[in-house]
Design a protein around this ligand. Structure first.
Ligand SMILES: Cc1cc2nc3c(=O)[nH]c(=O)nc-3n(C[C@H](O)[C@H](O)[C@H](O)COP(=O)(O)OP(=O)(O)OC[C@H]3O[C@@H](n4cnc5c(N)ncnc54)[C@H](O)[C@@H]3O)c2cc1C
Length: 399
């Protein structure tokens, strides 16, 4: 009799495993709680799907068990994945920094091709079917893959079901935290700058120690800050908040100036146009709302004339503009996060097969595990690589 595989979750990881198992002649059924598969693929990369990265390495991932990803990345890295997608007729294009996208530039084509290819090879889809009892489900199949993803983005299917399934078999869970997520600030001045976007250098401080520096766009919003510079710091910030550490950011609003150079510039302009107010001088180099915020935070009147600006004042303003500190009160939460850190403890999962070390023929793949990648295609790369290893192991076990 044909051996059977039950997969929970028709996201990136589950879809890839389903194809490999079905192609090998196994009977595959995939269960998805949403009305259709691959909702996160469809929403990814702003509709373009940053599908992988040509420069994958262990350093691009965070986990309590940092080397866990190594075997998977070596077995099914970017080259192997690209070869696989070529067989499906899904061609990729790679940017100079390594980020890979579908040549079509559309996430839709990724979701469509994976689903159609799986169907063509006989995978049976059960949409709008949420699995709740893992033990009953496990009884029905010769092998089971839990590919339920993480808690991130609940509107796209994010939940903690996979963790619950693992707990049912006595697995340990590393506490989950939102990652690639916006950060909240309690500063009222920051909220007033909402809607302004600038290129910055942001330093992350944990318990007053500098931990990470990131350059990129930063957007002030009604709750705090977002933008690539913030998303890239958010993994470390979120993990520190979970551990009740003090988290701050120091923003350099003008990364191409030093504090000294900026102070000199302000002094020069004040001398050159003494009738200009400090507000007029600064709006020549930064958005008005931000200038108002800087001055308000220092309790300096925006109406002070150039002729009244003395050295101490220019230094004070320049220092604030290059090192403006804000306390992070929280992350913007799982709902807004792209991914989640934490998850099923990988020390209890075989790194070469993704099989549970506690239960024969039960596999966990993708983001449900305690593995989270940086921004840049690393999270899909992990979903594909771990899904590949599970499928290879199932073929060896069942055929
Ligand atoms: C907005 C957004 C943009 C992103 N952009 C990128 C990007 O460009 N590049 C990148 O690398 N990563 C990106 N990510 C992250 C990436 O989408 C995930 O890391 C990846 O989808 C994880 O794959 P997975 O298969 O583990 O889980 P998922 O893709 O989340 O799939 C899990 C599936 O399981 C289903 N499910 C859950 N519980 C049950 C249940 N009990 N019964 C049945 N079905 C269930 C869910 O509905 C879901 O469809 C993005 C994420 C978001 C939210």
């Amino acid at each position: 009799m044909t051996k059977s595989v039950g997969i929970i979750g028709a996201g990136a990881s589950g879809l890839l495993s389903s194809i490999l198992c079905a192609k090998a002649g196994l009977k595959v059924e995939i269960y998805e709680q949403n009305t259709k598969p691959a909702k996160k693929i469809l929403a990814s990369g702003n509709g373009r799907c940053n599908i992988s990265n040509a420069n994958l390495s262990v350093e691009d991932y965070f986990s309590e068990d940092p080397n866990f990803v190594q075997y998977a990345l070596e077995s099914f890295g970017f080259k192997e994945f690209e070869k696989f997608t070529q067989k499906l007729g899904l061609l990729l294009t790679t940017l100079e920094d390594g980020r890979a996208y579908p040549l079509s530039n559309e996430a839709k084509s990724v979701a469509k091709i994976f689903e159609e290819y799986a169907r063509n090879h006989g995978v049976i889809f059960h949409n709008e079917k949420k699995i709740t009892d893992i033990k009953m489900f496990k009884e029905k199949y010769d092998a089971v893959i839990v590919a339920t993803g993480s808690r991130a983005a609940s509107h796209l299917g994010g939940n903690s079901d996979g963790e619950e399934f693992a707990l049912a078999y006595g697995h340990n869970i590393i506490p989950a935290y939102p990652s690639l997520v916006q950060l909240e600030l309690s500063s009222k001045i920051a909220h007033k700058m909402s809607g302004t976007k600038i290129y910055t250098e942001v330093t992350l401080l944990i318990n007053a120690q500098k931990e990470q520096i990131q350059r990129g766009d930063l957007l002030f919003s009604t709750y705090g800050v977002s933008g690539f510079a913030i998303l890239d710091l958010s993994q470390m910030a979120s993990s520190a908040l979970l551990n009740s550490q003090t988290v701050e950011i120091s923003i350099n609003l003008l990364p191409n100036f030093t504090t000294q150079k900026l102070a000199q510039y302000i002094a020069k302009m004040a001398q050159q146009i003494p009738t200009f107010t400090i507000l007029n001088i600064l709006v020549g180099i930064l958005p008005g709302k931000i200038v108002s915020g800087v001055l308000e935070s220092l309790e300096i009147s925006p109406l002070i004339k150039g002729s009244d600006i003395h050295t101490k004042l220019t230094k004070k303003i320049a220092n604030q503009m290059c090192n403006w500190r804000f306390k992070i009160s929280d992350t913007h939460g799982f709902r807004h996060a792209e991914v989640s850190g934490g998850g099923i403890d990988t020390t209890e999962i075989d790194e070469k097969t993704m099989m549970s070390k506690k239960v024969q023929n039960l596999y966990f793949t993708g983001e449900v595990l305690d593995v989270v990648g940086k921004r840049g295609g690393y999270n899909f790369a992990w979903a594909w690589a771990s899904g590949f290893l599970a499928a290879q192991s199932i073929k060896r076990e069942l055929l």
